[in-house]
Every structure is written in structure tokens, then in C-alpha cells.
Write a protein that binds this ligand. Structure first.
Ligand SMILES: [Zn+2]
Ligand SMILES: [Zn+2]
Length: 116
């Protein structure tokens, strides 16, 4: 991130305005990580800094510390792949790793529609 933006960002993170938005994001996610559903060590991630100060709800994602870390690692890898043309992006996973056809799994796993 550009230093000037970083300084403004850090100032913003200490503002009451941000605290309100952060709380609202946490409430919306029911105070759970939106990846692993953990209630521990939650952080609010900006998907974009375009609207810093006027974020839309969709600009914010609630993540636990551990998912947040891995998420940024993934973003860094993607950025590196996009900028470094000597290093091609990794190939797509082989077909046999695809999730099997949902209908082929049978009826005996957990059913979400309980109480019949
Ligand atoms: Zn998580
Ligand atoms: Zn983040």
C-alpha cells in the first residue's frame, strides 16, 4: 500500500466512525468468521479500499485472525502471479479433485431440513 494511504488508513481505524462500521459488520456476520465460523479473534477485512470512510456493507468481510492471515497470503500470491510474468500462475487442479456430483452422494448424509 502507498505510505500516504496507509497513514490515512491507520488514522481511520482509530476513528469512532470505523468502530461503528466494524461493529455493524461483526453483527451482520453474527460475530463469526465468514470462512471457518470461529467466534475467536475476529478482524474486519477490507475487500477494497476504494470507498475508505464510506464503505458499503459488501466491502467488509469478518474473518478470524488465522483465516485473515491465510487470506492475505493468498492475495499476495495472486498479486505476485499477476505482476511477475516470468512465473506463470499455478495450473488448475486436476479434474479428479473436483467435488463429485452432489446427487451421487446418496441420501444418508446430514439433512439440513430437520423436523419432518
Ligand atoms: Zn476463520
Ligand atoms: Zn485484510
Amino acid at each position: 500500500m502507498v505510505e500516504r494511504i496507509r497513514a490515512a488508513y491507520e488514522r481511520y481505524l482509530r476513528s469512532d466512525d470505523w468502530k461503528v462500521k466494524r461493529e455493524r459488520a461483526l453483527d451482520r456476520a453474527e460475530r463469526r468468521c465468514q470462512i471457518c465460523y470461529s467466534p475467536e479473534g475476529l478482524e474486519v477485512h477490507h475487500r477494497t479500499y476504494e470507498r475508505l470512510g464510506q464503505e458499503r456493507d459488501m466491502d467488509l468481510t469478518v474473518l478470524c485472525g488465522s483465516c485473515h492471515g491465510s487470506f492475505h497470503e493468498l492475495l499476495r500470491m495472486r498479486q505476485r502471479a499477476a505482476f511477475d510474468e516470468t512465473e506463470p500462475p499455478p495450473p488448475p487442479p486436476p479434474r479428479h479433485l473436483d467435488i463429485p456430483d452432489y446427487n451421487a452422494l446418496g441420501d444418508d448424509d446430514d439433512d439440513d431440513e430437520k423436523g419432518q
